[in-house]
Ligand binder design. Structure first.
Ligand code: NAP
Ligand code: MG
Length: 409
């Protein structure tokens, strides 16, 4: 069989632990045999980040911005234990945080729905996609413990030399704690635009929620900018039949749980962090949750939503068989390939990516799956596959579809 040519290289960011093992298996078994593909490779494995003083993460972000499409393996965000485990120079910041900061994007997380994996929440029939604002708020805060009684104030010093603004936060009578957070008009606007574009592309209703009854300035600022962007894109939204719905965050949470799904839920940074874990679990498994960072210029970085699956990696190191689900990691590759194919105008690449996704879904729906899914499967299955067996089962399913019909460019 002649291999399908991927015209422009994908930016590839390798990662850590069990996902690094899976990453290599996916390339060896599901991609290299079928694709003539170059990647611009960056090793974001923790050891190499440490060796390069984290420069590799910045270089990878730069390459993503230059080429437009990146795929990323899960990476360790080091804490004190990891500093000891890997003898690190320091606890380097989260690579995802660095990438989000540089690309200033919005993270969209979508569950993969399968006929035999029933959501924990009975009402959910269609995907609920989270669009998480990935800049600022508590993720770019300054905070400290207040040791003694004293006044805490907000002070803003305008760059134009006009008089500073001062606001009393609290007159402490004893010890306590304070935090300063911020966001920017530019970032909130691009968050709103990214969500509007996504909703239009997928013809999905768009929800946005904040706590503007309590935070009458900060949260209300998000609400107002959102509304301005909605008004500015009214014609496109109407043409795509997309409805916009604003409500309070607590009301949104209550509605989400009793809704059948099929909408994009735009969340402020913290809400998106917390709610995406709730949705991933509610839909079945973290291993079925895809994630893509979309920046205002259309740069996209695809990854699995889950982490490096540390516990399985230690079992793997002890020589034990593992049963780690590679679905979301495979979808990171197919998401990147499909996007690359769209940009390059190579429909064969898009078709391959879609065929591989279908092969994964058919494999699981046919009863072949990893251990995490057997617990959720209805009807129940007797046996689960090892990490490698699952990938080979997907390969077999994919082979049954090849060669793919030639696509017109
Ligand atoms: P995790 O790697 O997502 O794993 C948490 C648990 O979820 C696992 O122990 C496993 O449960 C289950 N699980 C997750 N993915 C699975 C898969 N593909 N197949 C089967 N089971 C799966 O989260 P973590 O253990 O909290 O974090 C480990 C490391 O990942 C940390 O160093 C963290 O910094 C990093 N992390 C990276 C990213 C990223 O790069 N995007 C995101 C989150 C965390 P059982 O053990 O019960 O089988
Ligand atoms: Mg989280």
């Amino acid at each position: 069989m002649t291999k399908i040519k991927v015209q422009t290289p994908l930016v590839e960011m390798d990662g850590d632990e069990m996902t690094r093992i899976i990453w290599q298996m996916i390339k060896d078994e599901l991609l290299t045999p079928y694709l003539d593909m170059q990647t611009i490779y960056f090793d974001l494995g923790l050891k190499h980040r440490d060796d390069t003083d984290d420069q590799v993460t910045f270089d990878a972000a730069k390459a993503a911005a230059e080429y437009g499409v990146a795929v990323k393996c899960a990476t360790i965000t080091p804490n004190q234990d990891r500093v000891v485990e890997y003898s690190l120079k320091k606890a380097w910041p989260s690579p995802n945080g660095t990438l989000r900061g540089i690309l200033d994007g919005t993270v969209f997380r979508a569950p993969i729905l399968l006929k035999n994996i029933k959501p924990m929440i009975r009402t959910w029939k269609k995907p609920i996609i989270i669009g998480r604002h990935a800049y600022g708020d508590v993720y770019k805060n300054q905070e400290f413990r207040v040791p003694v009684a004293g006044k805490a104030e907000l002070v803003f010093t305008p760059a134009d030399g006009s008089a500073p603004h001062r606001l009393l936060i609290h007159d402490f009578k004893g010890p306590g704690v304070i935090q300063g957070i911020h966001n920017t008009e530019k970032s909130i606007r691009s968050f709103a635009r990214a969500c509007i574009q996504y909703a239009i592309n997928r013809k999905m209703p768009l929800w946005f929620a904040a706590k503007d009854t309590i935070s009458k300035t900060y949260h209300a600022y998000f609400r107002d900018i959102y509304q301005e962007e909605i008004d500015a894109h009214r014609a496109e939204l109407d043409a795509a039949g997309v409805e916009y719905f604003y409500t309070l965050i607590d009301d949104a949470v209550a509605r989400v749980v009793r809704h059948e799904g099929g909408f994009l839920w735009a969340c402020m940074n913290y809400d998106g962090d917390v709610m995406s874990d709730m949705l991933a679990t509610g839909f079945g498994s973290l291993a079925l949750m895809t994630s893509v960072l979309v920046n205002p210029d259309g740069i996209m970085e695809f990854e699995a939503a889950h982490g490096t699956v540390q516990r399985h990696y230690y079992a793997h190191l002890r020589g034990e068989e593992t049963s780690t689900n590679s679905t979301a990691s495979i979808f990171a590759w197919t998401g990147g390939l499909a996007r690359r194919g769209e940009l390059d105008g190579t429909p064969d690449v898009v078709a391959f990516a879609r065929a591989l996704e279908t092969a994964v879904i058919e494999t699981i729906e046919g009863g072949q799956m990893t251990k995490d899914l057997t617990r959720l499967c209805d009807p129940p299955v007797e046996r689960y596959l090892t990490t490698h067996e699952f990938i080979m089962a997907v390969r077999q399913q994919l082979e049954s579809k090849l060669p793919l019909p030639k696509m017109e460019a």
